[in-house]
Design a protein around this ligand. Structure first.
Ligand SMILES: CC(C)(COP(=O)(O)OP(=O)(O)OC[C@H]1O[C@@H](n2cnc3c(N)ncnc32)[C@H](O)[C@@H]1OP(=O)(O)O)[C@@H](O)C(=O)NCCC(=O)NCCS
Length: 184
């Protein structure tokens, strides 16, 4: 079940970014990618080498996502290497399944080249065209100003705060809850 067509985008530095759904052959690269980006900022839910799925488990996860019309995982590829992962999923319970959640990361070498924005556009467009989704939510560390600016650029509004939600090596920080209500 193809949910998005692969897309080529020329980045601000002239390189070509391919945005596409992940497939089983991406499993090892995805694990390596997540273990790398985990160590590149303190803003994700895991740190360096803290993403512990085996290749077989990751393959099963990719298959599950591919067969789930309520979830989209997009990878960004430059020169055959994964530089970004974004995901949107509906909440699983029927009564709240019109609410979705997103998560996004970009490899540090590729920050500020428009990749985060390109992935956000795809995720929001998926939600706009989805028969269920009416709301997109996300959680972001209060000190992650770059991500917050990006979400605000796409119309997300802060609707709440989880106090001291994050504990990164003993340093606590709040989580901002941000929502985008789709006009449909
Ligand atoms: C947040 C993140 C996804 C942004 O990705 P990116 O590819 O750098 O994003 P873009 O180049 O498309 O920039 C998107 C917007 O973010 C904001 N932004 C990003 N980096 C910024 C910076 N250093 N200074 C100011 N604004 C910044 C700007 O609003 C920018 O829009 P603009 O270029 O039109 O001004 C990336 O920094 C990242 O992966 N960080 C680590 C993981 C993370 O924080 N994920 C989000 C967890 S909630």
């Amino acid at each position: 079940m193809e949910k998005i067509r692969p897309k080529e985008i020329i980045l601000k530095n002239g390189e070509t970014l391919i945005l596409r759904e992940a497939n089983e052959e991406d499993a090892k690269d995805l694990i390596d990618y997540l273990n790398t980006v985990g160590g590149e900022s303190d803003n994700l839910l895991f740190g360096k080498d803290e993403f512990h799925l085996t290749i077989e488990q990751e393959i099963q996860y990719i298959k599950k996502v591919a067969n789930d019309s309520n979830t989209l995982m997009i990878i960004g590829v430059v020169n055959n290497s994964i530089v970004s992962v974004g995901q949107i999923s509906c909440l699983p319970r029927k009564r709240i399944s019109h609410n979705s959640e997103i998560a996004i990361s970009v490899k540090k070498d590729y920050w500020r080249k428009g990749i985060g924005s390109a992935v956000m556009e795809e995720l929001i467009s998926f939600a706009q065209n989805h028969n269920l989704i009416k709301n997109i939510s996300l959680g972001v560390k209060a000190s992650n100003h770059n991500a917050i600016r990006m979400y605000e650029k796409f119309g997300f509004k802060t609707i709440g705060i989880h106090k001291n939600y994050f504990n990164v090596n003993g340093i606590y920080d709040d989580e901002l809850i941000m929502d985008l209500y789709l006009d449909k």
